[in-house]
Ligand binder design. Structure first.
Ligand code: BTN
Length: 239
């Protein structure tokens, strides 16, 4: 007898996304690993639970069974970090558009992380892994960035509706030009400009105020001595 709380109606989603291959699993180590086994363009891999959910910078992604949307999608390769920004914008859009984005693509509500994106480049394709906290009612207190879920923030949405919205949004935002992506990010993110942050650049910690994106989409930070540093790899934290 399936646990109804964990029953994701994948057939209903397939009807709404005709032509997309969606492989849905009760449990996986990581949807990233399963997606890598067959990189058919457009393929979507999802799981109710992950035993080894991967976050950025080698962190774990807590994947409570049935409480989140854990998916990986095979997309055509695009320049980094533009693709990272596009995926964050798409995730934000799918959950309703009011969230903040911390460069490059952490999705925050009230300063807490409710979704994250991992992009793995494999030849001429990208495996885009997206995790959205949907109905968790609590998180460990020792996370580097405090976490939240849509439910905790008063947003009630089914994971089926969320996946359909996410796939449409990813398709849309990944088709934007670099300039359009950068413009959307600057409009959506409180971190793009004027935010005091700490971040890592070339192995050292940098503190300063964000001052926009460079033409490639990397984050510019002006340190107190006036020097400008380009942040290439995330790890941006507010101070
Ligand atoms: C981050 O650290 O912010 C990125 C989190 C990405 C998590 C998702 S969940 C689905 C996919 N499978 C994984 O193992 N990780 C990504």
């Amino acid at each position: 007898m399936p646990n109804s709380a964990l029953h994701f109606n994948v057939d209903a989603v397939r009807m709404r996304l005709p032509g997309r291959r969606i492989d849905w699993f009760q449990s996986l180590d990581s949807t990233m690993i399963e997606a890598h086994r067959d990189m058919l363009p457009g393929r979507i891999v999802g799981a109710e639970a992950q035993s080894a959910g991967m976050g950025r910078h080698g962190r774990k992604w807590i994947s409570e069974p049935g409480a989140g949307l854990y998916v990986s999608m095979i997309l055509p390769a695009k320049a980094v970090p533009v693709i990272m920004l596009a995926l964050g914008l798409a995730t934000r859009d799918a959950i309703g558009g009011g969230a903040d984005l911390r460069w490059p693509n952490d999705v925050l509500i009230s300063g807490k992380k409710c979704a994250g994106v991992l992009a793995q480049i494999e030849g001429d394709a990208i495996i885009a892994g997206i995790g959205i906290n949907v109905s968790q009612t609590g998180f460990p207190g020792d996370l580097e960035t405090p976490a939240t879920s849509l439910l905790l923030e008063g947003v009630q949405v089914s994971r089926e509706d969320l996946l359909v919205a996410l796939v449409h949004a990813v398709d849309r935002f990944c088709q934007l030009t670099r300039e359009e992506t950068l413009r959307h990010f600057a409009e959506a993110s409180s971190y793009a400009c004027g935010r005091r942050v700490r971040a890592e650049a070339a192995g050292k910690l940098v503190e300063g105020v964000t001052c926009g994106l460079d033409p490639a989409g990397f984050l510019r930070v002006r340190e107190d001595n006036g020097a400008e540093t380009i942040i290439l790899a995330g790890g941006v934290r507010p101070i």
